[in-house]
Design a binder for this molecule. Structure first.
Ligand code: ADP
Ligand code: MG
Length: 734
């Protein structure tokens, strides 16, 4: 195999419809095509799959892709099939297949139709499979999620340890590619050693994800704020992470009760429930999935618009991996974490039974999490620093994409108060925990303080005018700055470090960030809504119609919607109005295969839309400005979804019924379905309904005047007819 730049470029366009490679994709692919072992470290969403998909398609033989989760293989296979006219191009082989299905897969491979074969590590270890692979041409082996090899990674899987042996069993000189989104040097070394690819060329991409917005909010009234946050993003996909299964179920239920299409996911459910809920999320039948961290590895849904950590995570590594599931298509991705120091204390308590060494690691990881949550610097800078990368918070890509940049925390000089804390700790001979120290500073006359005689020491009552939260925050921030340390062996006694002693000798300015005023945060967070998805505005009506069509097609073909077209492709369609196959293929993400397989209904829809709305199609990018759905309309749609009576909706918005019906008509005529059956069933009896429905079915126009004339104004009011017309249009036309 010899790589040829022009050839890989044109293959990228031909198979995937992309015009250029992302990051180092091209070099990576060429390295592999030249028969060399290749190690790819790229953050989630960086485009790792392309690094093996494209070379697999253009190489002789079949590539074996090792992927850890059976549940996700179907998705990956669907997604690659979407780009090809022939489904045999990709298959998976795992224990979920029947004998007949597995035989069909083998036949396709032998017939040289299959370019990519996804295999679970446990299937790879089966002798019959190894024997089979020996007899065919294997172009290369790719090990996805390769960090599963390392005990130091966060998803260790023992089966991964045997991969090298398996590859050796299949043949000599098979190039190996390892891919992961976990970057710590320790894990990296483990992977290379274990796969026997120490000489591999390593491609390590920047971990910066400039389209993600990072935000941490104090965990006060969290369910309410979570609901508000989700409703501001109505109809968009999101993942909510909780630490316990109980919390997952509780939050999912709360969301559902509040009219949000949410489903729970955790390892306690049986396999079929898990895969059903996951599929419903992927198929966009549920907007939100509430999950433990058991959910998400390898989730390839590119348009997850938000990831919320309802509970603070145990490590920044996990946090970054989880937030990385947002905005993989490069579009908007809002990462919100709720932070309460009590959650940290809970996590520390869980560790107490464990071996000291493990506690030590756990504590260090938690300290980083606390520091991240409490930092007032650019969060992106903080995270990238953690992964060994520097970031220019003024001009770097993704600058100003976090709450601290948009809405800096108020800061005050903390020097004097820090001195008070340090002195108090020393006066108490470093034998007490934070709570007690604060009690002394505040001059609390508790029984404990009295019995130790600590109401007599100098520090007693020195900090009486400030509240407990303030002192807690001072102690945490000085801990992060390493002036004091918390001893884990003694369950949290505070000690003054050498640096703390130096500070006492020579006090210096030390700015402390105060917790923000919560209401202000809510208001300000609205600014952050329109972050990443800047740029040209597409025709929102058409975009919604394309989405509807995509959903229908997804059902018909039984594949997830994004396997048909991804959001960026459809946004471009809603801007450039392609009406034939050639034009469609000029849209980003649309190659020949996709255009042939799914293009027709889309082109037809667009052509019809262009004609009906007398749109002058731009030869080039001409940005159309389309009025957004007003807030009122969104409110109406949401209320109708929740089956709120129309009178009540009108009342809530302070408008007459007439005007409400006007608005609903506008919504329906712009192509959005609204289901008002619940209301009509209550207001209009069935016979009448049927008659009006039949009338519209046969009528030449949808004019209400004509309907009144035909049906008689004594029997039917104008309001009834208009309501029925809405129902009719929604059910039949939209
Ligand atoms: P990873 O496995 O690294 O998390 P994926 O392979 O799932 O990421 O890719 C993330 C997204 O990037 C996908 O939606 C994919 O279609 C898109 N993508 C990959 N390569 C390109 C490219 N060269 N141009 C445009 N989009 C790309
Ligand atoms: Mg991937």
């Amino acid at each position: 195999m010899q790589a040829d730049t022009l050839f890989t470029q044109s293959a990228l366009k031909r198979f995937f419809g992309f015009n250029s490679f992302k990051g180092d994709q091209e070099k990576i692919i060429e390295n592999l095509l030249n028969g060399k072992d290749t190690f790819v470290i790229m953050p989630t969403g960086g485009g790792k799959s392309m690094c093996y998909q494209l070379p697999a398609l253009i190489s002789e033989g079949t590539a074996i892709i090792i992927s850890p989760l059976i549940a996700l293989m179907k998705n990956q296979v669907d997604s690659i099939r979407g780009f090809s006219e022939d489904d045999s191009v990709a298959h998976f082989l795992n224990s979920s297949l029947s004998k007949t299905e597995a035989n069909k897969v083998r036949e396709d491979i032998v017939a040289k139709k299959t370019k990519l074969l996804y295999v679970a590590p446990e299937s790879l270890t089966k002798q019959e499979n190894i024997d089979f692979f020996k007899g065919i041409v294997i172009s290369f082996v790719a090990v996805d999620e390769a960090h599963c090899i390392s005990e130091w990674g966060h998803d260790f899987r023992p089966e991964y340890r045997r991969i090298k042996q398996m590859i050796r069993g299949i043949g000599d000189n098979i190039p190996v590619m390892a891919l992961t989104a976990t970057a710590t040097p320790k894990v990296q070394g483990d992977i290379q050693k274990n796969l026997g690819m120490s000489d591999a060329m390593v491609f390590k991409a920047s971990f910066n994800r400039p389209n993600l917005f990072y935000e941490v909010r104090p965990k006060i009234d969290a369910p309410k704020h979570l609901i508000r946050f989700i409703k501001e993003r109505s109809g968009k996909s999101g993942i909510i992470y909780c630490l316990s299964r109980k919390k997952v179920e509780e939050i999912a239920e709360t969301l559902v009760v509040n009219g949000i299409k949410a489903l729970p996911y955790h390892a306690g459910f049986d396999a079929s429930t898990r895969s059903r809920n996951q599929d419903m999320f992927l198929m966009e039948e549920a907007d939100v999935i509430v999950a433990t961290i058991a959910f998400g590895m390898g989730i390839d849904k590119p348009d997850v618009r938000f990831v919320v950590h309802y509970d603070i995570p145990k490590s920044l590594e996990g946090y970054y991996q989880e937030t990385g599931r947002a905005g993989r298509d490069g579009g908007e991705g809002h990462c919100l974490a709720f932070y309460d120091y009590k959650d940290i204390e809970k996590l520390e308590k869980f560790m107490q039974g464990k071996p000291v060494a493990e506690q030590e690691i756990g504590r260090q990881l938690l300290e980083e999490v606390v520091a991240y949550a409490e930092t007032n610097m650019s969060r992106r800078k903080f995270l990238l620093h953690y992964f060994g990368e520097s970031f220019d918070e003024k001009n770097g890509e993704g600058a100003n994409m976090d709450d601290n940049a948009v809405n800096p925390k108020p800061q005050v000089e903390g020097k004097d108060d820090i001195l008070l804390v340090l002195k108090c700790i020393l006066e108490l001979k470093e034998q007490f925990k934070a709570k007690y120290i604060i009690g002394v500073l505040q001059g609390k006359k508790s029984q404990e303080i009295n019995s130790y005689g600590h109401s007599a020491i100098e520090s007693f009552g020195k900090g009486a005018e400030k509240d407990r939260n303030y002192w807690m925050s001072i102690i945490r921030q000085t801990t992060v700055a390493k002036l004091i340390e918390k001893e884990i062996e003694t369950y949290g006694l505070l000690k003054v470090t050498a640096e703390g002693h130096a500070f006492l000798k020579e006090p210096r300015s030390f700015m402390i960030s105060l917790d923000r005023d919560y209401d202000k945060i809510i208001d300000d967070s609205i600014i952050t809504k329109e972050n990443a998805s800047a740029g040209a505005v597409a025709d929102e009506n058409l975009f919604q119609m394309l989405k509807g069509l995509r959903k229908d097609m997804a059902h018909r073909h039984n594949v997830p919607p994004f396997a048909i077209f991804q959001d960026p492709s459809m946004q471009e369609m809603a801007m450039r109005y392609p009406v034939n196959k050639e034009e469609l293929m000029n849209i980003v993400g649309v190659g020949g295969g996709k255009a042939a397989k799914y293009g027709k209904p889309f082109i037809e829809l667009i052509a019809k839309y262009v004609e009906e709305n007398e749109i002058e199609r731009p030869d080039d990018y001409v940005v159309k400005s389309v009025a957004n759905k007003s807030g009122k309309k969104i409110y109406i749609i949401q209320s109708i979804d929740r089956k709120i009576s129309l009178d009540e909706i009108a009342g809530n918005k302070g408008i007459e019924m007439d005007e409400l019906i006007d608005k609903i008509e506008e919504i329906v005529y712009s192509g959005t379905k609204v289901d008002i059956k619940y209301y009509i069933d209550r207001e209009i009896d069935e016979d009448k309904q049927e008659e009006v429905f039949e009338y519209f079915m046969e009528a030449e126009s949808d004019s209400i005047d004509e309907a009144v004339e035909e049906l008689g104004e004594d029997d039917y009011s104008e309001e009834e007819l208009r309501l029925m017309r809405i129902k009719f249009l929604s059910e039949v036309a939209n």
